[in-house]
Design a protein. Structure first.
Length: 296
């Protein structure tokens, strides 16, 4: 749990689907705490320790029972999370969906808005960029196959290239050693693969190790979603061509600002908020490198 100095006023709870092992969410936690301090409200971060979505649903139910002034949550699995979120809305608790899900799904559940990255569009933009760079085939390393929205990144990338996704997307799991072995096995079995696309630090970090071990670092075209310390290093040394920054800082920070002002003054932005995508390359690393894993 992340909290600020206790405030007598508003209290907001952010519930994510991330397991404790996923360091990408540290930026979310830091942004949440910072927004709480700046707005002088109480904030809480809750998550299922192993990433189990059924546990996440129970956490949302528990948060709702405490009557917070707002709930910020991801929509990692609409089928499982729909009920608990709709129950919170029915109870009169304002809800903002972040990170996972879509603006359309958020509206269907009665949420105030969606703050995040349109994943298919981000994948499409990445695929179009890769096509301009001469790429025709790729491996997509998906470490969260259970979250269908994340898979849209791979589908968008394939469409951007103008190829079928087919068997280019592998279910890598989340164990670093297993991810590394699966990537090396795929590249060994498919030596003509032009590019690699990873979907976050969980899959990128072991893939960086894999291409360095098999001698493909700097030779194979490598793009990734999200940022992290190892990803930034790999962009800097040329192993990774670009990272797609969905700016998780904004996904946690802005909902606290929005909910606080909604509670206090009844004001609300008229649109959903796209926090990304933005391409980070070697040429634009200074601020990213400084705050990677903390606020970027």
């Amino acid at each position: 749990m992340v909290g600020t100095a206790q405030a007598e006023g508003e209290r907001f709870v952010l519930v994510s689907h991330a397991p404790d092992s996923d360091s990408w969410w540290n930026t979310i936690k830091n942004a949440l705490a910072l927004a709480g301090e700046q707005m002088d409200v109480e904030v809480e971060y809750r998550n299922p320790t192993t990433g189990d979505i059924a546990d996440m649903a129970r956490i949302i139910e528990q948060a709702t029972a405490t009557n917070p002034d707002g709930i910020i949550t991801t929509l990692a699995d609409p089928d499982v999370l729909k009920g608990p979120i709709e129950d919170a809305v029915a109870k009169g608790i304002p809800v903002i969906i972040i990170n996972s899900g879509t603006p359309e799904q958020a509206a269907e559940l009665g949420a105030l808005m969606y703050v995040g990255q349109p994943e298919y569009d981000a994948g499409l933009a990445a695929g179009q960029r890769a096509k301009r760079d001469g790429i025709a085939s790729f491996l997509c390393v998906n470490h969260v196959v259970s979250n269908p929205v994340v898979g849209e990144r791979c589908r968008g990338f394939a469409d951007g290239l103008g190829v079928e996704l087919g068997e280019s997307m592998i279910d890598s799991g989340q164990d670093p050693a297993e991810i590394k072995n699966k990537v090396m096995a795929y590249l060994s079995a498919n030596p003509d693969t032009d590019a690699i696309l990873t979907l976050g630090p969980t899959s990128a970090d072991p893939t960086i190790e894999a291409v360095k071990e098999n001698g493909m670092a700097g030779e194979i075209y490598f793009g990734t979603f999200d940022l992290g310390a190892e990803i930034v290093k790999a962009i800097k040394d040329g192993t990774i061509q670009w990272g797609i920054d969905q700016q998780p800082f904004l996904q946690a920070y802005l909902p606290v600002i929005v909910l606080t002002n909604y509670k206090r003054y009844g004001v609300l932005p008229g649109n959903n908020i796209n926090s990304g995508p933005g391409f980070v390359t070697k040429d634009a690393l200074e601020m990213v490198e400084k705050f990677a894993g903390e606020y970027r």
